[in-house]
Write a protein that binds this ligand. Structure first.
Ligand code: HEC
Ligand code: HEC
Length: 138
């Protein structure tokens, strides 16, 4: 059976960590995840994505030194935002791209709702035609 996977016992062992690779930083087990369904080692990547999407530092949502705390209103709102994003992506599962925080926020805490105003002059009616010349003298 050419298409069969080799039995697990024949699978090669995972490669040893590359020489000089930085040691994996230990991430403390999260204590207060209510909406994110991620492995602890994936959490920081999500958090960096959120920070960059809003153009903020971690302490925009987190109390310094206590990531599990829910004391900052921005953290509570971020949870709701995440739920909204997941709902949209689930509801429009056939869409080619998923939306994320950056889709709206574009590096700002307050997303822009309207497109920028067109440059001055553009989109206006052309200047009124000049009045017709006076009729030639009779
Ligand atoms: C836009 C707001 C926001 C930003 C910015 C943010 N976080 Fe978070 N973070 C959250 C929310 C919301 C949760 C809880 C998610 C949940 O309930 O599933 C969380 C959870 C965590 C947790 C788990 C805490 C626990 O014990 O439950 C850690 C650790 C964490 N964030 C680290 C970071 C780091 C590090 C940064 C900066 C790189 C960062 N966060 C930036 C909103 C944010
Ligand atoms: C569909 C567009 C949209 C998406 C996607 C979105 N947001 Fe928002 N977000 C908004 C709007 C609109 C506001 C309100 C801004 C205001 O009025 O201050 C906002 C506000 C916020 C605020 C509060 C900002 C403040 O200073 O009060 C946080 C925090 C936030 N969003 C986090 C997130 C995170 C985290 C994600 C991704 C999980 C996300 N948002 C995805 C539209 C979006």
């Amino acid at each position: 059976m050419l298409w069969a996977q080799p039995p697990a016992s024949e699978a090669p062992p995972p490669p040893p960590p590359a020489a000089g690779a930085p040691p994996q930083r230990r991430i403390p087990e999260p204590k207060n995840l209510q909406v994110l369904k991620v492995q602890p080692q994936e959490l920081i990547g999500v958090m960096r994505n959120w920070s960059a999407s809003l153009g903020v530092q971690c302490n925009y949502c987190h109390v310094q030194g206590n990531f599990a705390s829910d004391d900052k209103p921005t953290k509570l709102l971020a949870r709701k935002m995440y739920t909204m994003v997941t709902d949209v992506n689930t509801h429009y599962a056939e869409a080619k791209v998923n939306i994320g925080c950056y889709t709206c926020h574009r590096g700002k805490t307050e997303p822009e709702v309207n497109p920028p105003a067109p440059p001055a002059g553009e989109g206006q009616r052309p200047a009124a035609a000049p009045p017709p010349p006076p009729p030639p003298p009779q």
